[in-house]
Design a protein around this ligand. Structure first.
Ligand code: F3S
Length: 63
């Protein structure tokens, strides 16, 4: 599974980095970036939860 953040859509609220810090972190422009090419299995649930919780719907999950 992969996660992709659309930087043009991300509003920088950091919910994803709070909910799933293994996968998401904030960069110097206050946009979320994906730290890993492949989401580790034990982070998949929190990653999906973060995508669902993103108020801007900026996170796409690719299975
Ligand atoms: Fe951006 Fe959504 Fe995360 S707005 S900082 S991708 S929760």
């Amino acid at each position: 599974m992969k996660a992709v953040v659309d930087r043009d859509v991300c509003a920088g609220c950091a919910v994803c980095a709070d909910m799933c810090p293994d996968v998401f972190e904030m960069d110097s422009e206050d946009k979320a970036i994906v730290k890993l090419d492949v989401v580790p299995e034990d982070a998949e649930d929190s990653c999906r939860d973060a995508a669902d919780a993103c108020p801007s719907e900026a996170i796409q999950i690719e299975d």
